[in-house]
Design a binder for this molecule. Structure first.
Ligand code: GLY
Length: 520
């Protein structure tokens, strides 16, 4: 797209739709996402929310049984788990306003990939296996993602004819997803399978331009996605908690530096559980949560030598929040910087592997299970172990709280870095660590993305450490401070682009995933 004279938006839209074809297990047109862009000439940062919305018929207790207990799997498997998809509406809105190439041109590569097929990867195959029960049960998913019930092997070519037809209809008229034939097929499929989404839900869907959240960190300005993502707020909050601590001289991955990060993460995720939700439905105290003054007060609660048990870390005192308020495992990420230094950072998802595990009949569209990102009952962990309460309770048309953190860092109004990652609850801390690796530890972008990571989300009381990522002495030191460590295989599939002082670009995709960095 860039070689054809397109800009960062054209490239981002084309790549997003293409990923929908080749990575249906992680993200797609049956889901939603967030786009952050920086317009170089205008020095303007814009944020577009095209996340799924709860259907009009959704109710607070829709995943509970008659006794008020959560029905296992109800918010994750099948049609009831699906939120009204927003990807096509969002991409079209971004392209309508800022794209240079014709809409049909940016959709064309995805149609080709669906029509002609592509060799499936190991990751694809693993993902089908981990979701096999649902994929075999749903007739369209079975017909597309298996050969007579046998899952594809790596290297075998997957053709998606229905999806090619759907994308061709969208190339002709993007509204067909919300008002035309595609909409009718989705609504019929929902009705036939006890799903809640109707034609009215699709008709009413609108992407929303929101004010990005921004804050200063050292010499740079960090901007990211505001609510209904929690990503930007907590990224900035953790950067504020670190404040001017000289992490570099303390040492990268030294126990003291890690301890400060971990305790800061716990505070941020504790606030997330109470205060974050869809700002169109609840008042989210964004200003307070990202204010350096708030961070200073919370930082006083961090014991530099001992881990504070999560049970003792409470969300910020409402009176303090009020006082500071001056205002009324799967997922995919892509990053683009074009020749004019416009930047796009876009994260989108169908939530868990293959979303709800169902394909809307005749459309080839894998439907999301984003409803699980709501707090389906107070303090009941979702698939990522995240807890929440009233702020993120289900309501019709409400957007489930996300952790997606598409981020752009600028210095003197010029892009310095664009970054993002998939990974559910771990997205925020992944983006945080890549930013610190580049800005504080002076790593090149490849090393910054590849380096081992840690993650703590307050609840459960566990510090995730990438297997072999920390040396045994450091692990022992952290254990002695009271951290409960859980070593795991690497997570996240981040990518980032850094603009070097000479103006050239350095890009990197995560060695943990299948992305690539490309430029010309
Ligand atoms: N579905 C994961 C997230 O949006 O955070």
């Amino acid at each position: 797209m860039l070689k054809q004279g397109g800009n960062a938006i054209d490239a981002a839209v084309a790549t997003t739709v293409a990923i929908s074809v080749v990575e249906p297990f992680s993200a797609g047109i049956g889901g939603g996402g967030f786009l952050l862009m920086h317009r170089a000439k205008q020095k303007e940062m814009r944020a577009l929310d095209f996340r799924e919305r709860a259907p009009l018929k959704a109710t607070r207790g829709m995943y509970l049984d008659a006794q008020g207990k959560v029905r296992p799997g109800a918010s994750v498997d099948g049609h009831l788990a699906v939120g009204t998809p927003g990807t096509i509406a969002g991409l079209y809105e971004a392209h309508r306003q800022y794209g240079k190439l014709p809409w049909k041109t940016v959709i064309a590569p995805a149609i080709r990939l669906a029509e002609r097929g592509f060799p499936v990867s190991h990751r694809f195959v693993e993902s089908t296996r981990s979701r096999q029960e649902m994929l075999l049960k749903n007739p369209d998913a079975r017909a597309i993602f298996t050969r007579n019930g046998q899952f594809y092997q790596p290297g075998q070519v997957l053709v998606q004819r229905d999806l090619a037809k759907t994308l061709s209809a969208i190339a002709q008229d993007p509204n067909s997803f919300y008002r035309g034939k595609v909409a009718a097929a989705i609504a019929q499929d929902m009705q036939a399978n006890n799903g809640l989404i109707t034609l009215e839900d699709l008709k009413q869907y609108r992407p929303i331009w929101r004010d990005p959240v921004c804050g200063n960190f050292r010499q740079v300005r960090v901007c990211s996605m505001p609510p209904p993502s929690s990503g930007g707020v907590h990224l900035l909050q953790i950067l504020n908690l670190i404040g001017d601590t000289d992490l570099k001289s303390i040492g990268w991955h030294s126990p003291d530096a890690l301890h400060l990060l971990i305790e800061s993460m716990k505070i941020a995720y504790a606030d997330r559980a109470t205060y974050l939700g869809d700002p169109d439905f609840v008042k989210v105290p964004v200003r307070s949560l990202i204010s350096p003054e708030y961070a200073k007060i919370r930082r006083q609660g961090i014991n530099p030598r001992k881990a504070t048990p999560s049970a003792q870390i409470k969300p910020g005192d409402p009176a303090l929040i009020q006082r500071l308020s001056r205002e009324s495992t799967e997922t995919s990420h892509l990053t683009v910087v074009d020749r004019d230094r416009n930047a796009v950072s876009l994260t989108f998802t169908v939530n868990l592997g293959f979303g709800a595990g169902v394909v809307a009949k005749g459309t080839g569209i894998v439907l999301n299970n984003e409803m699980d990102d709501f707090a389906i009952a107070p303090n009941t962990p979702n698939a990522f172990g995240l807890v929440g309460d009233r702020a993120n309770a289900i309501e019709p048309r409400k957007t489930p709280l996300s952790s997606m953190t598409p981020t752009i860092v600028t210095q003197n109004d010029q892009v310095k870095m664009a970054v993002g990652a998939p990974g559910g609850s771990t997205i925020i801390t992944t983006v945080l660590q890549i930013i610190l690796n580049v800005l504080v530890y002076d790593m090149n972008v490849r090393k910054a993305v590849a380096s081992p990571r840690i993650h703590h989300q307050w609840q459960p009381e566990l510090l995730m450490v990438e297997r072999f990522g920390l040396d045994p002495l450091t692990i022992n030191n952290l254990k002695q401070r009271g951290h409960q460590i859980n070593e795991r295989d690497g997570w996240g599939n981040a990518n980032a682009i850094v603009v070097l002082p000479d103006g050239s670009l350095e890009g990197a995709a995560d060695p943990r995933g299948e992305g690539v960095a490309a430029g010309f």
